[in-house]
Design a binder for this molecule. Structure first.
Ligand SMILES: Nc1ncnc2c1ncn2[C@@H]1O[C@H](COP(=O)(O)OP(=O)(O)OP(=O)(O)O)[C@@H](O)[C@H]1O
Ligand SMILES: Nc1ncnc2c1ncn2[C@@H]1O[C@H](COP(=O)(O)OP(=O)(O)OP(=O)(O)O)[C@@H](O)[C@H]1O
Ligand SMILES: [Mg+2]
Ligand SMILES: [Mg+2]
Lengths: 227, 227
């Protein structure tokens, strides 16, 4: 599904340069559940943005289903992102001016669903994250953990073949966090691929493979029997 | 230091109303270290915003050092906030157009420090959170956990008598998170008061008292021997 070879992301900063990724090579298969861990600043979000087609490598190649992503047209990339990838951002990235329901419907607009169907699918996703009683609230009228859950619902609503979740439970109490992990397990059982950045061992334990980054490089890559 | 009596925060939403806080009464003394826990949406951030003078109760009273906060003038409130309170927000709230150093200097501008002294104090705070090598980066050029640490540095730079930290380690790997908890312990040892919202038991364990909220009310309030 995903093949990275010698990927680097380099930001020039005046006289110096910051190497957010410094030579990453990885293979991820269509039905895998991967946890990504590592210290703050080690390149996890940069890696996720790369894989989710939101950013391009400075050096190296990224093939998605055999196609070289670096050589795709913008509209082709956008189509892949909207159809196949669900992304839970570390900073949520909700639209501030529309409410919870409209935020969750957004990926369905791109995938051409009709209005009644969009609403139904969005309501199901919102119910799964326990926010049916907040459906008309705008992001500013929600708690931090509620916004995080809207971001999760939006990422799941299209039943994506690839879910990329960057610290999806960082703002959630343990019990609510576990409910989100059950939704992820369900997506995985339906045959999809998941990559979850987390710093919590309890969350990583749900994955079947743990990749650890350090200073923009893969430090270890271990498959685990589960559970 | 802090006395809340029957505090309510009620948001009218069309025909219904949301009770973010629904009758909270609390006393916090000048040198206490309190953890605030509870499910997502239970009112923790609302409580912190109230205590930090960023929001006012719909009902009930809040006395800070014996003064009724609800009856203060805006400029008096602002003076208290800038001089005495350090706030780490759940969503960081950094200024996007200025860099890490300038963000951390901000509370020092309000407290009238001279330029050279501001810079020195900000550099010390930035070093304490391990970001000396990111001092010229803007928030968009930082990782999620780095932004969180800038928010912590900004909250600590003025040596506040009251630190309010809302999920201060939610985006940090365990080791970096522990470094932040050491800084908090140091602030506490210097005689200050701390309130830390967290969903992680490991973080709550550092506190000397744990307040649990549920549905906008105090469910339990327990002092612990530590550690
Ligand atoms: N402006 C608003 N209008 C309506 N409801 C609001 C508003 N702000 C907050 N709420 C509601 O008030 C409740 C408490 O919010 P608060 O942010 O204090 O929760 P929290 O305990 O910090 O949650 P979390 O752990 O998810 O951050 C939530 O259910 C939220 O939906
Ligand atoms: N636009 C940018 N310009 C310069 N440096 C950047 C930029 N974006 C990110 N960086 C740097 O790249 C490194 C990796 O960032 P990244 O966001 O991938 O880390 P992370 O592993 O997700 O960290 P965290 O756990 O704190 O979220 C960081 O050290 C960061 O400072
Ligand atoms: Mg990150
Ligand atoms: Mg909150």
């Amino acid at each position: 599904l995903i093949r990275l070879r010698n990927v680097r992301k380099i930001y020039p900063m005046g006289a110096e340069e910051v190497r957010a990724l410094d030579g990453v090579s990885l293979d991820i298969y269509p039905n895998e559940y991967v946890a990504v861990m590592g210290p703050s600043g080690s390149g996890k979000s940069t890696l996720m943005n790369m894989i989710g087609c939101l950013d391009t490598p400075t050096e190296g190649t990224y093939h998605l289903r055999g196609q070289n992503v670096g050589e795709m047209e913008d509209d082709e990339l956008a189509a892949i992102r909207n159809r196949e990838v669900g992304f839970v951002f570390q900073t949520f990235n909700l639209l501030p001016k529309v409410n919870c329901l409209q935020n969750v419907e957004l990926p369905l607009i791109y995938s051409g669903k009709r209005k009644a169907e969009r609403r139904r699918m969005a309501e199901v996703a919102i119910d799964k994250v326990g926010l049916s009683d907040r459906i008309t609230h705008k992001p500013s009228e929600l708690s931090g953990g509620q916004r995080q859950r809207v971001a999760v619902a939006r990422a799941l609503v299209n039943n994506p073949s690839l879910l990329l979740a960057d610290e999806p439970t960082g703002n959630l109490d343990t019990r609510t966090g576990n409910e989100i992990m059950l939704l992820f397990e369900e997506l995985y059982r339906r045959g999809n691929a998941l990559m979850v950045v987390t710093h919590e061992e309890g969350v990583a334990r749900h994955a079947r493979r743990i990749i650890r980054l350090r200073d923009g490089m893969v430090e270890s890559d271990v498959r685990v029997e589960n559970p």
